[in-house]
Design a protein around this ligand. Structure first.
Ligand SMILES: [Zn+2]
Length: 243
């Protein structure tokens, strides 16, 4: 009882001195809100990838491999309010937002696309050791950990490794250059963990899909009977999309 009271007082003090902010719009959160304010949660530009022919993302991989599922949670539109969720996770070191958004995404998939929960495991896209040293965490792994709890799936980080990094990808120009850049960037170090399994590759944001393609190709080369789905927190929309 006393412990609860002390906890309550301290959480009140924390709110006064360190108010939690919405990871999208930056406004102070009020009681009952968690990570996102009510307006940003209601306005989330959901992709609905799991509905219909599932083609919004699938076609980005079409020439390379055929994912069982290819889904993303919301649209990443450069400069939009919701794009800040990804920027906060990726460039401002907001690890708790990565886990929290993963939880939201996992809960959404468990409700909207429960078939995906029948996969065998979540495999986050690995980061190179150098990138890990700079960022301090692998955002895809934290997203996957948040998702795993909601979907009842384990997160497997031992199977695939990042073996080298090309030039900073944002500076490259064409899709072809990106494909070359990430080619041979991944290696399967524990193929036995993936043999005969259906895995969900987890990434933060999909643009051209070249990084996920490179990882999936490395996996299928080493473990041809592995089935692969894709789940990304966000994806860039097709041309002509209006929010
Ligand atoms: Zn907000």
């Amino acid at each position: 009882m006393i412990v609860d009271h002390i906890k309550h007082v301290f959480s009140g003090i924390k709110v006064i001195f360190f108010p939690e902010l919405c990871v999208a719009c930056g406004r102070k959160l009020v009681a009952g809100e968690n990570m996102l304010c009510t307006a940003c949660r209601v306005d989330m530009p959901l992709t609905g990838d799991h509905k219909g022919d599932n083609s919004h993302l699938r076609e980005r991989f079409a020439n390379h491999f055929d994912p069982v599922w290819a889904v993303s949670f919301f649209y990443y539109v450069h400069g939009s309010r919701h794009s800040r969720i990804i920027l906060n996770i990726k460039f401002r070191g907001c690890a708790s937002a990565a886990v929290g958004m993963g939880r939201l995404f996992g809960r959404y998939l468990a409700e909207e696309c429960p078939q995906m929960c029948r996969a065998d495991m979540l495999v986050p896209l690995p980061l190179s050791r150098e990138r890990m040293m700079v960022r301090g965490f692998n955002q895809s792994e934290l997203i996957a950990r948040g998702m795993g709890g909601q979907m009842g799936l384990d997160v497997e980080t031992r199977a695939v490794a990042r073996v080298r990094y090309g030039n900073a990808q944002s500076r490259t120009r064409s899709r072809m250059e990106r494909l070359c850049n990430v080619d041979r960037a991944f290696a399967v170090v524990r193929p036995e963990l993936l043999k005969g399994r259906h895995i969900i590759l987890v990434d933060d944001v999909v643009t051209t899909g070249s990084t996920l393609t490179s990882c999936a190709k490395a996996i299928l080369e080493a473990v041809p009977d592995c089935r692969i789905s894709i789940a990304a927190l966000a994806s860039t929309p097709k041309r002509g999309y209006r929010n």
